[in-house]
Write a protein that binds this ligand. Structure first.
Ligand SMILES: Nc1nc2c(c(=O)[nH]1)N[C@H]1C(S)=C(S)[C@@H](COP(=O)(O)O)O[C@H]1N2
Ligand SMILES: [Mo]
Length: 315
């Protein structure tokens, strides 16, 4: 396969190119990132031994919907805005600064990430706090692999993430109306970030991540509401204290730090008991109604992270 080529055209026009899928057998709990798949790995090589938790049986949401129905306020507040307004955004070259309470702070180039971290395909449910959902085949790697590389200190308890600020390429960050304070920031507890379900994604549907989905690298935490999945990350900082998160800063009564998908805890202005699956059927609001599952269906893998916590208080 050809070497990686930075996209020079709008992401919506990018044809499938290589993604570095790992052929290795995933061992639950094992430190990820040991096996380097490297350039030349086959695209979509069959994944052996992949636990079912990384692959849901739900029908995939059509790629068209995944890439045209988005939340990415840096490109506008409408669902169609990110796909329409992100053509000028340049996800290459790109570096990610990883620091804070770590033994080996470093600036990592996205090309290094693509080469050195073993990419896997993960089919995850994604549940937005606005009560709609999708099923997306991501390409990415466990955040744990990146954390191993920087060696968090014993004092590190949280991981803070930050999105790029580029008003000249992101129309939602320029102009008169600003929907949010920039940069968009998010955070996880370190043990949440270490859970093997939590990934940094660099692609979807076997292709490079489109700009509107958070190119070149974004967080995906499938048991949490979608707003935790911060896009276009430039900075990752290990901290001792709980880091700020954009939607919590914007409306603290409506959006908490934890944001675990929970059908029993309603948003103050709407129910979280059910969800509308985007792209399925053409009901009144264009989607099939489903019951929302605790932790978005991933309770077996993550509920123990929150034992002893009052999830109504820590929403
Ligand atoms: N930087 C940034 N990240 C973001 C957002 C945003 O506005 N800005 N929106 C969040 C919300 S609310 C959701 S639901 C998901 C949507 O991801 P998708 O468009 O790839 O489906 O991205 C999240 N990440
Ligand atoms: Mo969302």
């Amino acid at each position: 396969m050809a070497a990686y080529r930075p996209p020079s055209i709008a992401s919506s026009e990018i044809t499938p190119h290589q993604v570095y899928l790992s052929r290795r057998t995933f061992m639950a709990g094992a430190a990820a990132g040991l096996a380097l798949s490297g350039a030349g790995s086959a695209l979509a090589a069959p994944l052996v031994g992949k636990p079912t938790s990384y692959k849901v049986d739900d029908k995939l949401t059509p790629q068209k919907d995944v890439t045209t129905y988005n939340n990415f306020y840096e490109f506008g507040v409408g669902k169609a805005d990110p796909a329409q307004n992100s053509g000028e955004f340049k996800p290459r070259p790109w570096t990610i600064e990883v620091g804070g309470l770590v033994a080996k702070p470093q600036v990592i180039d996205i090309e290094t990430v693509m080469k050195e971290f073993a990419m896997e395909e993960r089919i995850y449910r994604m549940r937005c706090v606005e009560a709609w959902s999708m099923v997306i085949p991501w390409i990415g790697f466990p955040i744990s692999a990146l954390l191993d590389r920087v060696e968090p200190l014993g004092s590190a308890k949280y991981v803070a993430f930050q999105t790029v600020v580029r008003p000249e390429e992101m129309p939602g960050q320029g102009g008169f109306f600003q929907a949010l304070d920039w940069p968009y920031v998010e955070g996880l507890r370190l043990d949440e970030a270490r859970n093997p379900l939590a990934i940094l994604a660099t692609g979807l549907y076997g292709e490079t991540l489109p700009n509107q989905n958070g190119a070149p690298i974004r967080l995906v935490v499938p048991w949490k509401y979608g707003f935790k999945g911060i896009k276009s990350i430039v900075k990752i900082t290990l901290t001792e204290k709980e880091p700020p998160s954009t939607w919590n800063l914007s409306a603290p009564k409506e959006y908490g730090f934890y944001a675990n998908v929970n059908p029993l805890v309603d948003h103050p202005r709407w129910s979280q008991a059910t969800e509308r699956r985007i792209g399925e059927g053409d009901g009144l609001f264009g989607g099939r109604r489903l019951d929302t599952l605790p932790f978005n269906g991933y309770a077996d893998q993550v509920a123990s992270l929150y034992s002893g916590m009052d999830l109504k208080k820590s929403f």
